[in-house]
Ligand binder design. Structure first.
Ligand SMILES: Cc1cc2nc3c(=O)[nH]c(=O)nc-3n(C[C@H](O)[C@H](O)[C@H](O)COP(=O)(O)OP(=O)(O)OC[C@H]3O[C@@H](n4cnc5c(N)ncnc54)[C@H](O)[C@@H]3O)c2cc1C
Ligand code: SF4
Length: 330
């Protein structure tokens, strides 16, 4: 590990002031950053410890939503009574990730910013456009079983790894930040992540030294909340394909509300509102589900080993819709 300066911030404004120069990083739970530093994939010259900031609370907002401090641990967020009662899809998505020990350490903000699990990204003696821009992408045509099929580019096909972020995308969450100049802003999760295009090392719209302070959830959505995660092991494994869903069925058996977001298949948490619109106000018959899957996967591109994700996503979509129509939870 390279040498670095360590400093602890007590206020958000102090944290962003400390987070200069450009090579500084915030550290929260450290469950991703420290691994990356040990491998010298990330080499900050300064670590700004944000764990003492007063950003550990979950408050109710005036419009019936929740405002979550960035330092709320994944465990505490998943176990919060309001989250369990009103946003169970979020609780389920978080609990589907990592392990109890990791979730106790991992923070809400850090979870959004965890980096891909592409094998070559961690293999520092190999090329990788994300780690070393312009060096190439050996995953295309190489080991890509776990990688993305949607939102990819010729430069990078790395999958977005977070389960929590998939549920946050589904719930139309908004991220609040404070920037290096002390100003604040709000960024909807749908606008937060960047597609890899030809700059896969740029993963989100945060500016240098910008700190996530809160995440806001709008008022809850009525319907059955489910999170399905297909993976290689029952725990301690990232999604091959996952689906966060909120689905409401009306008295006549039609799909009244349909929200779907997918993990494991996209270079960012993947949601396609046109697919939801196609399914809404239908009886969810096989033809409609087929059309929805066709639309969802219209631009999907397998890279060999991960081709199986295309039929697997189709099957998962069908299972989620049919189960909701049958009135059964996950
Ligand atoms: C073995 C293992 C298995 C895992 N399995 C899963 C899984 O199945 N599903 C899943 O979703 N995740 C999984 N994870 C990832 C885990 O969820 C993340 O490591 C964790 O959420 C990161 O949070 P953290 O607080 O530890 O972040 P840190 O490691 O502290 O930071 C991560 C990044 O976020 C930045 N950062 C942190 N806080 C802020 C802030 N407030 N503002 C701006 N930048 C900030 C840091 O600078 C760093 O770049 C796994 C991790 C491990 C090690
Ligand atoms: S897919 Fe992305 S992260 Fe993986 S080797 Fe290619 S450029 Fe690197």
């Amino acid at each position: 590990m390279k040498r670095f300066e360590y400093i602890r911030a007590l206020e958000p404004q102090q944290a962003v002031m400390f987070a200069t120069p450009k090579e500084a990083s915030f550290i929260a739970g450290g469950t991703n950053l420290l691994d990356l530093m040990k491998l010298e994939i990330e080499t900050p010259t300064k670590l700004v410890d944000v764990t003492r900031l007063e950003l550990q609370q979950i408050e109710t907002t005036n419009d019936g939503g929740l405002r979550i401090g960035t330092l709320v641990s994944n465990s505490d967020l998943a176990a919060h009574p309001d989250v369990i009662a009103n946003y169970p899809v979020l609780s389920r998505a978080i609990l589907a990730g990592a392990t109890g020990q990791l979730r106790n350490k991992a923070s809400t903000g850090g979870n959004f910013l965890q980096r891909t699990r592409c094998y070559y990204f961690y293999q520092t003696d190999s090329a990788c456009n994300k780690r070393n821009p312009g060096s190439g992408c050996p995953a295309i045509g190489g080991e890509n079983r776990t990688l993305a099929i949607l939102g990819t580019s010729d430069a990078c096909i790395a999958q977005h790894p977070s389960d929590m972020a998939v549920a946050m995308r589904l719930l139309d969450a908004t991220i609040e930040t404070v920037k290096a100049d002390g100003s604040t802003r709000k960024i909807e999760v749908k606008d937060f992540y960047c597609l890899p295009k030809d700059t896969p090392h740029i993963e989100n719209v945060l500016e240098s030294g910008e700190l996530i302070t809160h995440v806001i959830l709008p008022a809850p959505i009525k319907g059955m909340h489910t999170y399905d995660k297909v993976r290689d092991r029952a725990s301690y494994a990232f999604a091959l394909v996952s689906c966060a869903a909120v689905i409401d069925v009306d008295d006549s058996g039609n799909l009244d509300t349909v929200r779907l977001a997918f993990g494991g298949i996209g270079t960012q948490p993947w949601r396609n509102e046109a697919v939801e619109a196609l399914l809404t106000d239908t009886d969810g018959n096989d033809d409609v589900i087929t059309q929805a899957a066709d639309l969802l996967l219209k631009d999907a591109k397998g890279s060999g080993q991960n081709d199986f994700k295309i039929p697997l996503t189709r099957r998962l979509l069908k299972q989620v819709i049919q189960r909701a129509l049958a009135g059964k939870g996950a």
